[in-house]
Design a protein around this ligand. Structure first.
Ligand SMILES: *[C@@H]1O[C@H](CO)[C@@H](O)[C@H](O)[C@H]1NC(C)=O
Ligand SMILES: *[C@@H]1O[C@H](CO)[C@@H](O)[C@H](O)[C@H]1NC(C)=O
Ligand SMILES: *[C@@H]1O[C@H](CO)[C@@H](O)[C@H](O)[C@H]1NC(C)=O
Ligand SMILES: *[C@@H]1O[C@H](CO)[C@@H](O)[C@H](O)[C@H]1NC(C)=O
Ligand SMILES: *[C@@H]1O[C@H](CO)[C@@H](O)[C@H](O)[C@H]1NC(C)=O
Ligand SMILES: *[C@@H]1O[C@H](CO)[C@@H](O)[C@H](O)[C@H]1NC(C)=O
Length: 346
């Protein structure tokens, strides 16, 4: 009896302490979350790939694997624990968008089911048609973007370090597919890494010369290029920033979540001058909107990959960045969908 009373007291004191820290007038009022889907099978392959047969990939190409399901569930559990206080209690408080692929839709499903027991919450997952998706810029083409990007890639390729001489011809010959740009190496590195790490397959001998170091370098360069110039960063991320900032000003949604791909994550990191590695599965960027009486609304940004969490610090907008300042700093990279359309009317 005394023992359990003491325990109750300890718990009560624990709670009141925790509450004190929080009550301190600082209130978390909204969160915007971008997360990459969980582990998947290969999306592309190459003509001479010994493992291009579907028998190595019973889930199908580009599908979430069991490991991917577990990783997303672990992420969902963590998210629920950390952000319990702002988890929406009605559907109107949540904006949840997934890109239109099985692996992101499935990841969304497993994520949501960690947040809520009620299956009804599955219905908040919105999948915009490819052609209307300004926010995750998936399969929308913009000539201005493509032209600037093509020129930039050419420049990057012409300025590669010497030890990359001959790598285009070498890979073209060995893979049976012509190496033409950096995206080629983003894809090739992805396939080889996936075969080795996801399936433990033995890679062909020829890869020893270029994998992992060289393909990793070129793949990283490719990811860096997608938002590697201000104009690219603006066209790739503009409408998404507009949507998030709008919501932080208007307080419509407590939680906005976007289930996306490595490219969307790297695009934002690159724009924030914080891109150091190719995003892992379930990597996430979390924008927290806080409010205090004295400071008003302010933003903190986190980057999470598995158990590693680091703050993302923007130039001119450091820790506890005022929302107005955040908007100002992102202004060169923010576009409404209408403005995006104007820029991209070809
Ligand atoms: C993902 O979605 C597809 C299509 O709905 C389904 O066939 C597949 O089983 C799902 N995969 C997982 C891991 O849930
Ligand atoms: C992208 O859009 C084009 C044109 O509408 C369509 O043919 C293509 O299948 C789409 N790609 C994807 C991945 O949905
Ligand atoms: C991968 O293969 C190696 C050597 O063939 C083996 O020692 C190792 O246990 C395998 N790992 C997994 C996760 O299957
Ligand atoms: C690959 O990169 C790692 C880390 O930079 C380095 O230690 C290693 O020697 C490199 N391997 C080759 C074959 O260049
Ligand atoms: C947020 O409020 C501003 C100013 O009142 C308005 O222009 C904008 O359309 C609103 N955005 C949303 C998403 O409601
Ligand atoms: C930061 O602020 C300084 C001074 O106003 C300005 O010159 C600089 O361009 C700003 N940097 C960014 C990334 O906005």
């Amino acid at each position: 009896m005394t023992g359990s009373l003491a325990l109750v007291l300890v718990i009560l004191i624990g709670f009141s302490n925790a509450k004190k820290v929080k009550d301190n007038d600082d209130k978390l009022i909204a969160v915007a979350l971008m997360f990459r889907h969980g582990d998947r099978t290969i999306i592309t392959t190459y003509p001479n790939d010994p493992y291009k047969d579907l028998k190595y990939w019973p889930e199908g190409f580009g599908q979430l694997t069991n490991r991917g399901v577990e990783r997303i569930k672990t992420f969902g559990k963590w998210f629920k624990r950390k952000y319990e206080e702002i988890l929406p209690t009605n559907f109107g408080e949540m904006y949840f968008q997934s890109t239109n692929s099985d692996r992101t839709r499935n990841s969304s499903k497993y994520f949501i089911s960690e947040l809520y027991d009620d299956e009804k919450w599955q219905n908040v997952i919105k999948v915009l048609p490819w052609q209307e998706n300004y926010y995750l810029k998936w399969n929308k083409t913009c000539n201005k973007y493509i032209e600037a990007k093509t020129r930039y890639i050419k420049y990057l390729i012409n300025n590669l370090p010497e030890d990359f001489d001959g790598i285009f011809d070498y890979c073209t010959e060995k893979t049976g597919k012509k190496a033409v740009d950096l995206l080629y190496f983003e894809n090739l590195h992805g396939v080889l890494e996936n075969e080795e790490e996801e399936r433990n397959l033995t890679l062909p001998d020829w890869t020893g010369k270029i994998y992992p170091n060289k393909t990793q370098y070129l793949s990283f360069l490719s990811f860096s290029s997608h938002s590697g110039l201000p104009i690219l960063a603006k066209l790739a991320n503009g409408p998404l920033f507009d949507l998030i900032i709008n919501n932080f000003e208007n307080n419509t949604y407590k939680l906005m979540a976007f289930a996306c791909h490595d490219t969307q994550i790297s695009n934002i990191l690159k724009t924030f001058n914080s891109f150091h590695d190719i995003p892992k599965y379930a990597a996430s960027i979390i924008f927290e909107l806080h409010q205090t009486k004295s400071m008003g609304k302010y933003i903190n940004i986190l980057y999470k990959e598995d158990d590693n969490i680091r703050p993302i610090i923007l130039e001119n907008c450091t820790k506890n960045c005022d929302l107005k300042q955040f908007k100002e700093v992102l202004k060169p990279f923010t576009l409404t969908p209408e403005q995006w359309n104007q820029e991209c009317t070809n």
